[in-house]
Design a protein around this ligand. Structure first.
Ligand code: URP
Ligand code: ZN
Ligand code: ZN
Length: 454
C-alpha cells in the first residue's frame, strides 16, 4: 500500500511538527518537513494541518467472549470496525479457554472468531484459568502469544488460587511471558456478596460495595510479594484505586518490571453511577467496579505523574435491555463489562490533552507507544520510518456530545453518552490502507492480520 500524507501536524511519542509522510508497501518510508515528490503517482491525502497521530493500540479487549451466561456482543468484525472509527488500529484480545481445554485449542477457537472478520491487526493474550495445566503452558509462546492473564476474582470460575498463582509467576519468569493480573480478592468478595444477598440487598450499588477499594491494594501487594521471590514482570490490568498505585510505587525499586493500566471509566466516573434510577446503574457494572471519587482524581494525577503506563478499554459489551437485565433482581447476575473500544481515544484526548492534564506526546505514549512496546507489537505504536503505517488524521476542533447513534459498537448503549468530545479521527490508515475515510468505512472484513508476538 503506497500513499502520501501531506501537510499534517505530526504527533509522535516525542515530537510535534508540521510535515509529510511517505508510505510504501504498508510501511512508513519517509517523514519530512519538506514537500515530498510523488514520482510514482501515489494516492495523496491532504491532512490540512490537522493532527496526524499513530493508530491507537488497545491491549485489553473481550470480543465475542463467553462470560457469565452470555457472549460479549461485539464480535471481531463489529468490534474492530468500531475501533477503527475511534482511531485504534491494533488490539490484543483475551483468549479464554474452556475448562480443561488445551491452550492450542482455545487459540484455534479465537482464530476462528477473528480470521475472516477483523478489519484491524490483532494479537491474543491467553487467560490462565483453573485447573492450570503447567505442562501445556510451554505451548503458549509457539502460538505467538507472549502474555497471559490470571484472575484473582470470579471465584469458582476464572479465579486462580494462591498456590497456582505462585507456580504461574515462576512459569512466566521461566518462559519469559508477561503476566497480566486482575487484582481483586475473590474470597473476600464472595463473603461480602453473600452477606448482601442474605440481607436481600440486590441492587447494582451492591456490586461496588461487595468489592471494597482496599481489596485491590491487598491483591497487588500479594502479587508483588511473590514477584520479589520469582522476579516475574507484572502488568496490572484495569487498576481503579489509589491503594493499588501506592502499593506499586512502594515496590518500584525491585529487579522486575511493573506495568500499570487503567481504563477511561475509572478516570471519569465514580460509584454513585450505580445509584441511577430504573436499574441504569447496571450499565456501569464491571469488575473492578467504579470507586469513590477520590480514586478517580488520584488516577488522573497518576497519569500526569507517569505512574500509569497504559489506558486500555477492557471493552466487554453487554446490552442493557437484554443481557444486563439478567441481574434485575440480583446484582451478581449482571454480566460484568462495559463498551468503550470506539470512544477511548476521542474521549481521553478531550479529558487529558484538551484539559491540559498531559501534552500530546504523552498521550501518544499512553495510548499507542507504551502498550505496543510492553506487549511486543514491534511494528506498531509510533510514527517512525520502518514501522507499519498505522496512522490517523484527527479533527481536534469539534465540540460534540457522545450519542449512542454516532457509535458503531454492537450494543444498545454507551456508558459515555452525553460526555463531550473535542476530537475525532477523520481518516484511519492501517498498514498504508485507508480503512476509514471521511467517516466512512472502506475496509473489508478479514483484512486485519494476526500479530505473532515473540
Ligand atoms: O468486568 C469486566 N472487566 N469484564 C471483563 C473481564 C475482566 O475481568 O477483564
Ligand atoms: Zn479483569
Ligand atoms: Zn478485561
Amino acid at each position: 500500500m503506497n500513499l502520501i500524507i501531506n501537510n499534517g501536524l505530526i504527533a509522535t511519542s516525542e515530537d510535534l511538527f508540521y510535515g509529510n509522510i511517505l508510505i510504501e508497501n504498508g510501511k512508513i518510508a519517509k517523514i519530512s518537513t519538506e514537500q515530498l515528490s510523488n514520482d510514482y503517482n501515489y494516492k495523496v491525502i491532504d491532512a490540512e494541518k490537522n493532527i496526524v497521530m499513530p493508530g491507537g493500540v488497545d491491549v485489553h479487549t473481550h470480543l465475542d467472549m463467553p462470560f457469565m451466561g452470555s457472549f460479549s456482543t461485539d464480535d471481531f468484525y463489529t468490534g474492530t470496525v468500531a475501533a477503527a472509527y475511534g482511531g485504534t488500529t491494533s488490539i490484543i484480545d483475551y483468549v479464554i479457554p474452556q475448562k480443561n481445554q488445551s491452550f492450542k485449542d482455545a487459540y484455534l477457537t479465537w482464530q476462528q472468531k477473528s480470521v475472516n472478520k477483523a478489519v484491524i491487526d490483532y494479537g491474543f493474550h491467553m487467560a490462565i484459568v483453573p485447573p492450570v495445566d503447567f505442562e501445556d503452558f510451554k505451548s503458549i509462546k509457539k502460538l505467538g502469544i507472549s502474555s497471559v492473564k490470571c484472575f484473582l476474582a470470579y471465584k469458582n470460575s476464572l479465579m486462580i488460587d494462591d498456590n497456582n498463582l505462585h507456580k504461574l509467576m515462576a512459569a512466566c519468569k521461566e518462559h519469559n511471558i508477561l503476566l497480566c493480573v486482575h487484582a481483586e480478592d475473590g474470597n473476600n468478595i464472595e463473603e461480602l456478596t453473600n452477606k448482601y444477598l442474605n440481607q436481600n440487598k440486590t441492587e447494582p450499588i451492591y456490586h461496588a460495595l461487595s468489592r471494597p477499594s482496599e481489596l485491590e491494594g491487598k491483591a497487588v501487594n500479594k502479587v508483588l510479594n511473590i514477584a520479589k521471590q520469582t522476579t516475574t514482570n507484572v502488568y496490572f490490568v484495569h487498576l481503579s484505586t489509589k491503594y493499588a498505585i501506592d502499593e506499586i510505587n512502594s515496590h518500584k525499586n525491585f529487579i522486575f518490571n511493573i506495568y500499570t493500566e487503567t481504563c477511561p471509566q475509572y478516570l471519569i466516573y465514580s460509584q454513585d453511577m450505580y445509584l441511577k434510577n430504573n436499574f441504569e446503574g447496571a450499565k456501569f457494572v464491571m469488575s473492578p467496579p467504579l470507586r469513590e471519587k477520590e480514586h478517580k482524581d488520584y488516577l488522573i494525577n497518576s497519569i500526569k505523574s507517569g505512574d500509569i503506563d497504559v489506558v486500555a478499554t477492557d471493552h466487554c459489551p453487554f446490552n442493557f435491555y437484554k443481557e444486563k437485565q439478567c441481574g434485575r433482581n440480583d446484582f451478581t447476575k449482571i454480566p460484568n463489562g462495559i463498551p468503550g473500544i470506539e470512544i477511548r481515544m476521542p474521549l481521553m484526548y478531550t479529558k487529558l490533552v484538551n484539559e491540559k492534564i498531559i501534552n500530546i506526546n504523552k498521550f501518544v505514549q499512553i495510548f499507542c507507544t507504551n502498550p505496543a512496546k510492553i506487549f511486543g507489537l514491534k511494528n506498531k505504536g509510533d510514527i517512525k520510518v520502518g514501522l507499519d503505517a498505522d496512522i490517523c488524521i484527527w479533527n481536534t476542533n469539534i465540540n460534540k456530545k457522545i450519542t449512542k447513534s454516532m457509535l458503531h459498537e454492537n450494543v444498545d448503549y454507551s456508558p459515555y453518552e452525553d460526555e463531550k468530545i473535542s476530537a475525532i479521527p477523520i481518516t484511519t490508515i492501517s498498514r498504508g490502507e485507508v480503512i476509514v475515510e471521511n467517516f466512512n468505512l472502506t475496509a473489508n472484513a478479514g483484512r486485519g492480520k494476526y500479530i505473532f508476538r515473540e
